[in-house]
Design a protein around this ligand. Sequence first.
Ligand SMILES: *[C@@H]1O[C@H](CO)[C@@H](O)[C@H](O)[C@H]1NC(C)=O
Ligand SMILES: *[C@@H]1O[C@H](CO)[C@@H](O)[C@H](O)[C@H]1NC(C)=O
Ligand SMILES: *[C@@H]1O[C@H](CO)[C@@H](O)[C@H](O)[C@H]1NC(C)=O
Ligand SMILES: *[C@@H]1O[C@H](CO)[C@@H](O)[C@H](O)[C@H]1NC(C)=O
Ligand SMILES: *[C@@H]1O[C@H](CO)[C@@H](O)[C@H](O)[C@H]1NC(C)=O
Length: 424
Amino acid sequence: MRMILSIFIALWFGYGVLSAPASLMQDKRRSFKVESVRRGSNTIYGPAALRRAYVKYGIVPTDLGLDLDDFEPIVNVATTNSSKSVVEPDQTGAVSAASVSGDAAFVSPITVGGQKFVVTFDTGSSDLWLINTRLPETSIEGRSAFDPSKSTTFENMQGSTFNITYGDDSYAYGGVGTDTIDVGGVTVAGQAIGLPTQVSASFLEDSYTNGLVGLGFSSLNTIQPQQQSSFFETIAQVLDEPVLGASLVSDGVGEYEFGIIDRTKFKGDLVNASVDASSGFWKFESAYYKVGSGELQKNDQATATIADTGTSLMLLDQHVVDAYYAKVHGATYVASATGYIYPCSAELPNFSIAIGPQHLATVPGSLLGFSEVGTNTTTGEAVCYGGIQSNQGLSMQILGDSFLKAFYVVFDLRGPSIGIASPV
Ligand SMILES: *[C@@H]1O[C@H](CO)[C@@H](O)[C@H](O)[C@H]1NC(C)=O
Ligand SMILES: *[C@@H]1O[C@H](CO)[C@@H](O)[C@H](O)[C@H]1NC(C)=O
Ligand SMILES: *[C@@H]1O[C@H](CO)[C@@H](O)[C@H](O)[C@H]1NC(C)=O
Ligand SMILES: *[C@@H]1O[C@H](CO)[C@@H](O)[C@H](O)[C@H]1NC(C)=O
Ligand SMILES: *[C@@H]1O[C@H](CO)[C@@H](O)[C@H](O)[C@H]1NC(C)=O
């Protein structure tokens, strides 16, 4: 049995061969990149990142854990003065962007109708919407808000609405228009843009971003009565190759690069899994996992796993999360933090998860701590919050930035497929 298993593992580490992609080489096609630069040293309160993810996927947490007397949480949530300090596009067509609040999110600048904004690229949704001047003045105070009346390329889509609802109490609702979007020097005209007239407070809390650019498939787009193309599917038409390469880097410089699989960004092979786009998510098969150097485990419950650049953490099936923290010295599930905490001095094991039926991707333990969340009142020791937390029974697992920043990840509309490689 042991031998069979080790042969199995050896096979799993066999690499898929990356075939040289044929370039369409049409004049108007090109690629561009958006740099992602970590900014500031503010730390995000882990449970806030988890709450945002729960809200996005409509997860209502069940409090399974204990409220510990010996755990004193940090109450104040660090906020950043985002948009003002983001580096402006440079002269070469590549634009810089910023990682905010201790990798809580990675934000990028775009230009809409000639106006510049800092937005979140989100492979977990398919609407593009912006904080805008149709919102009540008080809710947009001090923020960059898109003003359609100041754009010469804006056109209203009379009678169309978009309505994103995340969970029970979080929504963005309003009218729709089209405008010209520029990202890193590549311009696309006629992209549908949601202009909310009402948004829930939860969206206004995120002061580091002025909108969301959905990079999921168009079938998730919420525009009525006529669903519209997601930004990724729109811009794919003018790219060399219909791909997005994400090299998010923790505590460093990262980049989103559209239109090219950039061989200088990774070493070894790009392993490839086919994506089931029927739900609109970048969803693939992922039925195995491994904690540290332990044995490969089958996850019988795993129906699907998605890659989501718009979520900070990895949200996995509860039993996988339990298996992980069983290997972390002093880890405890705490209701008041809605998740696992552990002494910051504890060493975190590596975590491996299947990418398709043939490959395992290993995230080093060093990247799996997320933030400091409080103090152990008994020992005075700092208590940390892990980047792996529970999906609370959701029918899919979500690989957010805690996973993605360990790899070079290609979102490929051909197939479609997802490719993962070790960054250089
Ligand atoms: C605090 O430290 C004590 C003693 O080591 C330990 O039993 C307890 O589980 C710790 N609490 C937390 C929340 O880590
Ligand atoms: C944000 O910037 C303003 C002035 O630009 C400053 O007064 C305020 O303290 C800053 N807030 C934070 C959280 O840094
Ligand atoms: C938005 O969608 C939600 C759920 O589908 C619905 O309950 C809500 O009434 C809609 N809002 C508007 C303004 O249409
Ligand atoms: C964790 O993974 C890294 C590579 O990402 C490897 O170098 C290291 O040996 C692994 N550690 C353990 C304990 O398996
Ligand atoms: C990945 O596989 C798909 C087919 O499933 C193929 O279309 C695509 O070109 C492959 N991508 C890479 C980078 O090998």
